[in-house]
Design a protein around this ligand. Structure first.
Ligand code: SAM
Ligand code: DTB
Ligand code: SF4
Length: 332
């Protein structure tokens, strides 16, 4: 399969604006060239440090400056994280993603504790992903050494729209952390949010940034905004299914080997709507009753959906020769 990093904005625009069923047919055709198109990777999220964040991301219930119902909680204990990881593993998750409401990682005792969590969860046979805010190269290396597999750091929207959503850091700060993550040979998880009030052009530009990276992100989460009371975006219009489908299908066509994750927003979607997303090329979800702070479908409900749709849960990369080959091919 030909992987391109030289997509032009106009090409992406043409793909994104195709008649919806033509677009889905095209992305589904590409998706089906991947042998394991019916396998869906399951990630489970834990908020290891909740609320009280210094940043002003307009969508985020964890930003200290907005009056939301979130209770600020200190960094979890390693024991508690392990217990949560056991539950996720028993429920079929192959990856555990630990999220912290931090602007950036500091070299202190808290980071040491996160490194211990990473190492313990890795020893349980789960792929570990972290999302902790900005990172230096040295910190990315430490995570890698501790057994971290992937790092999530979203660009969220187009570079042009970024300052309308976040003022406490820049788009380039984001890109800089992503390059530290890549350099430390962590798997890169990077995507964005639909429903922030962005235009179609912003969406196309965001996909352009992702698909023209020297190496495509290994996974691309597409989140629908979960509007939370007290945040500046609390009254934003609900993202419609055709908008999610356009994003997922275009991402699948542009980045054929990447995992495309149908991320936040599934709680508001029917099984039929999610089925279309899988058809269009989504091959990963966040499972478990909570995302970081907002509700998500229960494991049981998702397993029933998998059964109905004939989907299976993907094993951790490290358990599967085939997946290792596929990713190293992408990484070379
Ligand atoms: N603090 C770290 C950071 O911002 O990178 C890690 C955690 S942060 C909550 C991870 C991602 O969650 C954000 O980049 C954003 O894409 C997503 N997110 C946060 N709040 C959201 C919401 N209300 N709806 C959809 N996605 C959201
Ligand atoms: C991502 O792209 N989405 C996840 C994960 N990466 C960290 C987070 C979604 C958060 C939704 C709002 C909440 O639950 O707080
Ligand atoms: Fe903080 Fe991350 Fe929320 Fe922004 S998205 S306010 S950095 S927790």
């Amino acid at each position: 399969m030909n992987i391109r990093n030289d997509w032009k904005l106009d090409e992406i625009k043409d793909i994104y604006h195709k008649p919806l069923l033509d677009l889905i047919y095209e992305s589904a055709t590409i998706h089906r060239q991947n042998k394991s198109y019916a396998e869906v990777q399951i990630s489970s999220l834990i908020s290891i440090k909740t609320g009280g964040c210094k940043e002003d991301c307009a969508y985020c219930p964890q930003a200290a400056r907005y009056q939301t119902d979130i209770e600020v909680e200190p960094l979890m204990t390693v024991e508690k994280v392990k217990a949560r990881a056991e539950v996720a593993k028993a429920n079929g998750a192959s990856r555990l993603c630990m999220g912290a409401a931090w602007r950036e990682v500091r070299d202190n005792k808290d980071f040491d504790r996160v490194l211990e969590m990473v190492s313990e969860v890795n020893d349980m046979g789960l792929e570990v992903c972290c999302t902790l805010g900005m990172l230096t190269y040295e910190q990315a290396e430490k995570l890698k050494e501790a057994g971290c597999f992937a790092y999530n750091h979203n660009i969220d929207t187009s570079s042009e729209n970024y300052e309308n959503i976040i003022s406490t850091r820049t788009f380039d700060d984001r890109i800089n952390t992503l390059s530290n993550v890549r350099k430390a040979k962590l798997s890169v998880c990077c995507g964005g949010i639909v429903g922030l009030g962005e235009t179609d052009e912003d969406r196309v530009k965001m996909l352009h940034t992702l698909s023209t990276m020297e190496m495509h992100p290994d996974s691309v989460p597409i989140n629908a905004l979960v509007p939370v009371e007290g945040t500046p975006l609390e009254n934003n219009k609900k993202v419609s299914i055709d908008e999610m489908l356009r994003m997922i299908a275009t991402a699948r066509i542009l980045m054929p080997k990447s995992i495309v994750r149908l991320s936040a927003g599934r709680n508001e979607m029917s099984i039929a709507e999610q089925a279309l997303c899988f058809m269009a090329g989504a091959n990963s979800i966040f499972a478990g009753e909570k995302l970081l702070t907002t509700p998500n479908p229960d494991f049981g409900v998702d397993m029933q959906m998998f059964k109905t749709l004939g989907l299976t849960a993907r094993k951790p990369f490290k358990d599967s020769e085939e997946e290792v080959l596929q990713t190293s091919e992408h990484h070379s």
